[in-house]
Design a protein around this ligand. Structure first.
Ligand code: FAD
Ligand code: FES
Ligand code: MG
Length: 279
């Protein structure tokens, strides 16, 4: 059992848990994830490691409420326990001296990109971060990301805060600008990662995306997280989750992410009626 040492509601539907998981904290690296199970009957879901503290033996995860499991998870409080917390899983993000690295984060992925931006900067890169959300209410960790970046650009889709528009607009301007961009890391909703990759492709700038197909075991055995990259079948949990965004078959990823939509909707409605919680 893994104790929740701290719960923070970052925005109404995005929450942070700091979890006591010393074995995971000891080995965690930027870009890796854990697979958790809330209780013995719970499904397994992957969540990225947003931070870790080896001394304290803690691992931080940040998650958005989207369906049954993440809504159930959001009901847990500081002091409660999660039954399974397995990791670190997946290959770490490739951190090296690239030069100028642009880190683009959409939605909850601000938390996901944080250890990557920090590690890229520690390696001597100039880090330019772009964070975007639908509106002001969904933005969090602006100052935290600014601290690990040389420059930060914030966008909201509706213009309720900072620059109005999508993250791809400042990304394109940076690519067209005087400064050379050596690498782009884009993490967030799949559609955002696709369009970041489409934006960088004509400029020939290597673009790393963190794919989020449905995962079950997270160790390469079930095949559920199958994606196609450069015409080859890969398992995102063991071959990724980072891949070259210019090589990803995005349509296959979108289709496979939707495979269980009916079951997910049914499960959520059942849970709502059983628990009496109406969202
Ligand atoms: P459901 O209603 O069951 O599903 C909603 C949608 O989420 C589905 O349509 C499907 O596309 C996706 N999904 C459902 N089950 C899974 C599953 N087992 N694995 C992956 N996707 C699934 N979300 C965060 O909020 N924070 C994170 O840090 C984060 N990191 C991730 C890291 C990786 C490597 C991957 C693959 C996914 C990550 N996700 C993260 C997505 C998260 O796993 C899903 O939002 C979650 O599983 C949804 O579960 P649910 O029961 O609440 O929703
Ligand atoms: Fe089962 Fe990747 S989640 S093979
Ligand atoms: Mg689910």
């Amino acid at each position: 059992m893994y104790k929740i040492l701290l719960k923070q509601d970052l925005v109404p539907n995005i929450h942070l848990f700091k979890v006591a998981a010393p074995a995971v904290a000891k080995k965690a690296q930027p870009g890796q994830f854990v697979v958790i199970r809330i209780d013995e009957k719970g499904e397994r879901i992957p969540l990225t490691i947003a931070d870790w503290d080896e001394g304290e033996g803690s691992v931080t995860i940040v998650f958005m409420e989207v369906g049954t499991t993440t809504h159930k998870l959001a009901l847990l409080q500081t002091g409660d326990f999660i039954t399974d917390f397995i990791g670190p899983l997946g290959l770490p993000t490739h951190i090296d001296e690239f030069g100028t690295v642009v880190c683009v984060a959409g939605g909850f992925a601000v938390a996901t990109i944080m250890p990557i931006a920090r590690a890229m900067r520690a390696k001597g890169n100039q880090v330019i971060s772009i964070m975007g959300a639908r509106n002001k209410e969904l933005l969090f960790w602006e100052e935290e990301l600014r601290r690990v970046s040389d420059q930060l650009i914030v966008t909201t889709d509706d213009g309720s805060y900072a620059r109005k528009g999508l993250v791809t607009e400042p990304l394109k301007e940076l690519l067209e600008g005087d400064g050379k961009v050596d690498r782009v890391i884009a993490i967030g909703p799949s559609i955002m990662m696709k369009f970041c990759s489409k934006t960088t492709e004509p400029f020939g700038v290597k673009t790393v995306v963190s794919l989020n197909p449905i995962m079950v075991d997270g160790t390469g055995m079930c095949g559920c997280c199958r994606v196609s990259v450069g015409g080859e079948t890969k398992f995102a949990c063991v071959d990724g989750p980072d891949f070259d965004g210019h090589q990803v078959d995005w349509d296959l990823l979108f289709a496979r992410q939707r495979i269980y939509l009916d079951e997910e909707k049914c499960s959520f409605e059942q849970w709502q009626s059983q628990s009496g919680i109406l969202k």
